[in-house]
Design a protein around this ligand. Sequence first.
Ligand code: 5GP
Length: 189
Amino acid sequence: MELLKKRIKQDGKCFDGGILKVDSFINHQMDPILMKSIAVEFVKRFATYPVNKIITIEASGIAPAIMLGYLLEIPVVFVKKKSPKTMENMLTTTVHSFTKDRDYTVCISNDYLTPKDNVVFIDDFLANGNAALGILDLIEKAGANLIGMGFVIEKSFQEGGQILRDKNIKVESLAQIDSLDNCTIKFKE
Ligand code: 5GP
């Protein structure tokens, strides 16, 4: 997606450890016009599939997911990183956080992820794939069907994309980054 790549080049910032900061337009301050264009692109990529629910994980996946849910007119459910005492029929799994380098338990109610659901998972970044694999586990526990996964940014130099594609998961990434070496953002051609 050229518009997104242009914006990443212009406003993205590299940090040590292969981290890209996009918090001026995606995951702190958000550009809703760009977010809408991102969702339109996801619609194109998943348009031919019978998706009836979007799943994401808090917090940064929520903005692109809600935009996509709005355009497709289907519900969006986000996996929570803290377990509320009031959640009924809770399903849990453990996810390793790439940015915080720790494990945490995430949860979703089986009431909102059911065997009737054909879901697309949306997130801001794909790095090592831990969040995505956790979501896959929740989808399996819920008996739901995964249609595919959409990421705003995939860091192709990390292993997540390969792991998911090896599982025959349909992975759609709107900007694929090959390298952040020497603080230079190089996109996959
Ligand atoms: P994974 O689970 O694929 O290893 O990492 C994906 C999660 O970690 C995403 O939900 C995202 O929030 C965070 N993440 C991974 N890499 C980056 C990065 O380079 N920049 C930012 N801002 N977040 C990242």
